[in-house]
Write a protein that binds this ligand. Structure first.
Ligand code: SF4
Length: 281
């Protein structure tokens, strides 16, 4: 495949694990999504408001919760005008109030964290700690918050439900952060997931992970399998309950015959005819 991104990421690995065809539309063809997910817009605005708060503190300022809520309001307005949103049964005012409550809940509990870095970019090889084997594409990402001496990573998630502790053992995003933190800071990596629960009264659950490279072997083997399938051009659909939320649902349903209808869609980068053979139907 010549059109793959030069790097992989936790988002790419997770997207491919969800659905190969979704990956193909998003990362290979760069098809413009049919709509923006409400949850993605909300999560992005919550992240940027919390990031703003800690940037202010790093610069020696004393931000207020009211100011953080205003930042959220500006960010969610920007997120929701960029492309069509599926509002379902929510109004823009309800979404704004919900997001402000999430930001306030998080900063009330964790606003005094000794953060030394925000949205810190990393680029590392994905390596097998036993054999030294490295995958062809490096792993690129951003640590949400870097804490204390720079060796503790905090990842913030907005989520409808609490995580089951067992799910963290087989989690591509957690595995990615652990792999990056081990490579950059030496092991065992300390990564703490802060899950902001989108409930009537929001609250934050904390999931600490302390894991050295040998304990992260599941991630290496999962990433290797996924990266091998991507490099080989296998992008099968994975139909299931989440299809009704898929941002490429119409394009996927319209796939027929020798030339994929996706070629008739607007794309962010380029337009070309795509053989359905490439879609591995
Ligand atoms: S609609 Fe379902 S099968 Fe089709 S691309 Fe989206 S997630 Fe995959």
């Amino acid at each position: 495949m010549t059109d793959l991104p030069p790097n992989t990421s936790a988002s790419q690995l997770t997207t491919y694990a969800m659905c190969g065809r979704l990956y193909f539309y998003r990362y290979v063809l760069h098809v413009e999504p049919e709509f923006r997910s409400l949850n993605l817009a909300l999560g992005s605005a919550v992240h940027s408001s919390i990031g703003w708060w800690f940037q202010e503190k790093i610069q020696g300022h004393q931000p207020t919760l009211d100011a953080a809520e205003k930042i959220f309001s500006a960010d969610i307005a920007a997120e929701t005008v960029q492309m069509p949103i599926r509002w379902k049964n929510q109004t823009p005012d309800e979404l704004e109030a919900k997001g402000q409550a999430l930001v306030r809940a998080y900063l009330s509990d964790y606003g005094d964290l000794p953060v030394v870095g925000v949205e810190q970019r990393f680029e590392v090889d994905i390596e097998n700690s036993d054999t030294g084997e490295a995958l062809p594409r490096p792993l690129v990402g951003y640590f949400d918050l870097v804490v204390r001496k720079g060796d503790e990573i905090v990842e913030i998630k907005t989520t409808a439900k609490a995580w089951h502790p067992q799910s963290i053992l087989r989690h591509l995003q957690v595995g990615s952060y652990v792999a990056a933190a081990n490579t950059l800071h030496g092991g065992p990596a300390r990564v703490v997931i802060h899950a902001i629960l989108k409930q009537r009264t929001p609250r934050v659950e904390e999931y600490p992970v302390e894991r050295g490279e040998p304990d992260n072997a599941w991630f290496f083997h999962a990433a290797k399998s996924i990266e091998s399938a991507i490099q080989a051009g296998h992008f099968p659909p994975s139909p299931g309950p989440t299809c009704i939320e898929c941002e490429f649902g119409k394009a996927c349903l319209a796939e027929r015959g020798a030339v994929a209808p996706v070629s008739r869609l607007r794309k962010t980068n380029r337009i070309e005819q795509v053989s359905c053979m490439q879609l591995a139907i």
